[in-house]
Design a protein around this ligand. Structure first.
Ligand SMILES: Nc1ncnc2c1ncn2[C@@H]1O[C@H](COP(=O)(O)OP(=O)(O)O)[C@@H](O)[C@H]1O
Ligand SMILES: [Mg+2]
Length: 257
């Protein structure tokens, strides 16, 4: 089997993040499914999507980053599972052999970081041509009881463990922007130290750290594992196709030269 492509689609792309109640963007989800269905790639694909308005407002309401809350855990998981079902249904309808994988059922956190995650089933899914679709979720934590597991953390974990060929995080913005709003085409660990002051959190209700946590995760991935990645605008039509075909866009994150 070729090494997989790991692609995350942000909650800001597939949901209305300004909504206080869960609100999906079905037309966009359908378009993304069509883009994946229509792209011929030689590598197996693992998809991860964010929780958007299906996760962040509930997690914030129940203070899930600070405390264990049984009702909050159940309601947040049920909500993100609903979004995941919409995504998987749209992909299957477009002819993509997608299957849901819920992180709550296969990942364990220790103080907020993944300490264990079942990836053997993912490997078997890929061997059989299936496309696993994971998502931002709540997850059990061996110290804190439970916590939030963001898609931005799942991506580098899987990329490392499965030796990803190509890694992408599609959000609602043209990659990482500088203080003047201009796209930064390339970030290395050395450059990151100089520009991190320009990178902030999300502009919406958010429990996972917005753009800064994406860049932190991916810089660490490049630095430690030599796996390069790209942050790009997945809300613009055609960009998923361009990413899968290896085109240059958004921000490339790579190790020091
Ligand atoms: N320097 C920056 N460059 C790009 N985006 C930034 C920057 N600083 C903060 N952001 C914010 O981070 C957001 C992306 O993170 P987030 O809202 O969590 O999206 P997603 O749902 O894709 O995870 C952007 O829409 C933007 O508002
Ligand atoms: Mg986010």
């Amino acid at each position: 089997m070729n090494n997989p492509v790991v692609l995350k689609i942000g909650g800001s792309v597939i949901t209305d993040r300004s909504s206080a109640v869960p609100k999906a963007l079905p037309d966009t989800i359908e378009r993304l499914a069509g883009e994946v269905a229509g792209t011929c790639v030689n590598n197996p694909l693992i998809l991860v999507h964010g929780a958007g308005s299906f996760g962040h407002p509930l997690a914030s309401q129940f203070k899930l980053t600070e405390q264990f809350d049984t009702k909050g855990l159940i309601e947040t998981h049920r909500s993100v599972k609903t979004l995941n079902a919409m995504v998987v249904d749209a992909f299957v309808s477009a002819g993509v052999p997608a299957v849901p994988v819920h992180p709550l059922s296969c990942a364990l956190l220790t103080q907020g970081r993944i300490s264990d995650m079942q990836t053997a089933p993912l490997r078997e899914m890929l061997n059989r041509g299936l496309i696993p679709v994971l998502h931002g979720d709540v997850a059990m934590d061996s110290v804190r009881g439970a916590g939030i597991l963001s898609g931005d953390q799942i991506v580098p974990y899987i990329a490392r463990k499965m030796g990803a060929e190509l890694v992408g995080i599609g959000s609602n913005i043209d990659g990482v922007l500088d203080s003047e709003g201009r796209n930064i085409p390339e970030i290395t660990p050395a450059i990151f130290d100089r520009i991190r002051k320009y990178i902030g959190g999300s502009s919406h209700t958010d429990v996972t750290g917005g753009m800064l946590s994406k860049v932190q995760e991916l810089v660490e991935l490049a630095d430690e594992s030599g796996i390069n990645s790209r942050i790009f605008d997945a809300s613009a039509a055609g960009n998923i196709i361009r990413f899968l075909q290896g085109e240059t866009m958004g921000t490339l994150i790579q190790k020091n030269k």
